[in-house]
Design a protein around this ligand. Structure first.
Ligand SMILES: [Zn+2]
Length: 374
């Protein structure tokens, strides 16, 4: 299926900047306000003297080459030049609207606890942080909400004592023309590490990535190291940090693999996608499971899947709460107990042998009682 057009979509989320970053955010907002007001002031004078309008482009040149060269205005250069430039273009735009008689004469921006600035350049997103030009790595309060790829630009804003980032992401815009729907798909994504589909695809066979194998090996090595450290010592704590970082890296790669697999599935335009009903509260009561549950961030993942299905008008089904997808034989329909550690479904009735997750995903696909989520 060919994917032609793209569209920009905004994602806004709260950030948790450190004290130095907060200082820089305030400073950038202040500088942008100063430059904006300077532009308004300059052109106001020109307007009153019936002189020609000074464009944002020319003002920007003057600001860089003349104004901020003076000792007392050097601080303008302390913040992102992209942010300053955008602020000038905003002021330029305000005048242009006024000239077109769309708005009143541009106003000065007042000092306040609210403000924002624009950034463009290399922006990298991870589950828990966003790397921004000049600000560096900023913690995200809501983990995993912003897509990892194709972030084009962003606006950082302050709302009192809270801070936000709104990123523009380039996303595929699918042609409206109806492509033929393909067979429905069941996805088993419970508490296990992997995602399995009724087509036999899984993140397990995706994740033969060398990077992941390397990281897993490294994790084992570091864990052995930790076991040799004296509990509570400085070295022990240091070693723990190394391990946490590795865990995080692995988690992100796996999450990314899952997203890729899901994208691959929805791009085939199936009639429906069925997932299981995850009794999250029940799982959290089980300590062994709750840890991996947190790692997967399942709630977020389902929401993401729902969005992808909505975009493509695919019916997303959630099987009934008591539908025993892992206990039924997908071959003959017989049922048997399947404790979590049993990885192979070996049917006593018809002799079918299938990976536990594959069997469950086929059953999900066949599920007749479900709730439609899209
Ligand atoms: Zn059977």
């Amino acid at each position: 299926m060919s994917v032609g057009k793209t569209a920009l979509r905004a994602y806004k989320t709260e950030i948790d900047p450190n004290p130095e970053q907060i200082v820089l955010i305030h400073k950038t907002i202040g500088t942008c306000r100063y430059v904006y007001n300077l532009f308004i002031q300059k052109n106001k004078e020109r307007y009153e003297e019936s002189e020609k309008f000074l464009s944002g482009y020319d003002f920007s040149k003057w600001l860089n080459n003349v104004h901020s060269k003076q000792e007392e205005f050097k601080w303008i250069k302390d913040v992102s030049s992209k942010a300053v430039k955008q602020s000038i273009m905003n002021a330029d735009g305000a005048y242009k609207k006024f000239f077109k008689k769309l708005t009143a004469f541009p106003k000065f921006k007042k000092r306040s606890d609210y403000g924002n600035f624009y950034l463009i350049g290399s922006i990298r997103v991870k589950r828990h942080l966003i790397q921004l030009p000049t600000l560096g790595k900023v913690k995200l309060k809501e983990k995993g909400y912003i897509p990892f790829e194709n972030v084009k630009s962003c606006t950082v804003s302050r709302e009192g004592d809270r801070y936000f980032v709104s990123v523009l992401v380039e996303e595929d815009k699918l042609p409206k023309t109806e492509t033929k729907k393909t067979e429905g798909v069941g996805i088993d994504m419970g508490i296990k590490e992997f995602l399995y589909t009724s087509n036999g695809e899984s993140v397990a066979n995706f994740s033969k990535s060398e990077q992941l194998i390397k990281l897993t090996k490294s994790l084992k090595r570091q864990q052995r190291k930790l076991s040799r450290r004296e509990k509570g010592s400085a070295n022990f704590r240091k070693q723990k940090v190394i391990i946490q970082r590795l865990h995080r890296k692995i988690r992100n790669i796996k999450m990314d693999l899952k997203r890729k697999l899901i994208l691959k599935i929805v791009q085939r335009n199936p009639q429906f996608v069925t997932i299981e009903h995850l009794n999250i509260k029940g799982m959290q009561r089980n300590r062994r499971l709750s840890n991996s549950l947190q790692q997967i961030g399942i709630g977020y993942f389902i929401e993401w899947l729902r969005m992808k299905c909505l975009e493509r008008e695919i019916e997303l089904r959630r099987a009934d709460r008591f539908y025993p997808s892992s206990q039924i034989c997908s071959g003959c329909g017989e049922r048997k107990k399947m404790p979590l550690h049993v990885r192979l479904y070996d049917c006593d009735h018809c002799g079918m042998k299938k990976d536990r997750d594959l069997n469950a995903s086929i059953n999900l696909k066949k599920a007749k009682e479900y709730t439609v989520l899209t």
